[in-house]
Design a protein around this ligand. Sequence first.
Ligand code: ATP
Ligand code: MG
Length: 375
Amino acid sequence: MTVIAKPAAPRESRPAAGPPAVDVRGLTKRYGRGTVVDNLSITVPAGVVAGFVGPNGAGKTTTLRMLLGLVRPSAGEGAVLGEPLRHPAKYLPRVGALIEGPALYPTLSGRRNLTSLAVLAGQDPASADGILERVGLAGRGDDAFRTYSLGMKQRLAIGAALLSDPELLVLDEPTNGLDPAGIRQMRDLVRSLADAPGRDGARARARARTVLVSSHLLAEVEQICDWIIVLDRGRLAYQGPTEGFMTSATSRVALRPEDPAALGMLADLVAGLGLPGDRIGDRLLVELDRTARVSGAVTAAAETTAAAAAIAGVSRAAHARGITLVEISWQRASLEERYQGLVEGQPADPARSATATTATAATATAMASRVGGLR
Ligand SMILES: Nc1ncnc2c1ncn2[C@@H]1O[C@H](COP(=O)(O)OP(=O)(O)OP(=O)(O)O)[C@@H](O)[C@H]1O
Ligand SMILES: [Mg+2]
């Protein structure tokens, strides 16, 4: 593991708005003839918890290492915390990182590990207790590191990375090897790292810290991340809001007329608008996007806005014919299905495994308008 915990540059305030925490273009890493990170352009807005996901070997760790100045990029440029990627020394004092498992002194207590690191880095050792509390180890600070469970070791290592009160925290697979309870604790911790104020508490700066966390566990990312970057074989498959990632998989909407007898007329109307529809019980399932297939990077916004526009057209036409819709249910594929579609080239099959979420037409439109994906 590499723990990067260097003295923080003095700062009075850290507004959540401002330049992206990470903004890089064309990031590439070649080893010999192999390209393991291929022309990657990623943006992580300041203040988000961003999930960096992809299958084993996708290039997550290599990318994070390049961002942390641990591996020299073969190509690419950009900025981290507004400082040039090519000069990591300029931004690393404001970055904390946990890469590849904890490696702290086994015989020292949790507290002594933190105070020693703080002294080495010229930081205030008095912050150790607050950090132990922060990472849920307040009751175990006097115990030797070697007696900790894996989850506790991981959390102490994150504590070490917090010593500098970093603006950007980079965590590479912090849930690796943890049991479900450990994963839950880690999830809560990671989420809290972006939400809670810094250790000087008095300074209200909610969501100012950016957390970039890698994982291959999609369920984890779905629950804790606002932003998601999907990497597949070294290339960008998706980046944008987590919500957009899910809603962009929307391809079916179920419509239920108030009067079940109007279902036939509704089916004719939808067919007349050129949309395929299937009658299932008292509902009509409308296929919005049978042809658009997910390959490479996608824009959540464009797909979802088109879907919302199509369904708004159906709603208006139904109203004009005197058909009142009492339900518009968007069939949303789970993040997992979407992910499989991206990294395996297999689009999620909504008919097979979509979970329906019910939304009013207004909610559905609002949902669409909130999505602002990047390509
Ligand atoms: N120093 C190196 N020399 C040669 N190849 C390397 C080196 N480091 C990484 N690779 C290769 O780069 C590819 C990406 O590795 P990387 O560790 O970045 O993937 P990852 O997404 O972090 O995977 P995992 O989920 O297993 O941690 C792999 O094929 C790996 O073998
Ligand atoms: Mg890795």
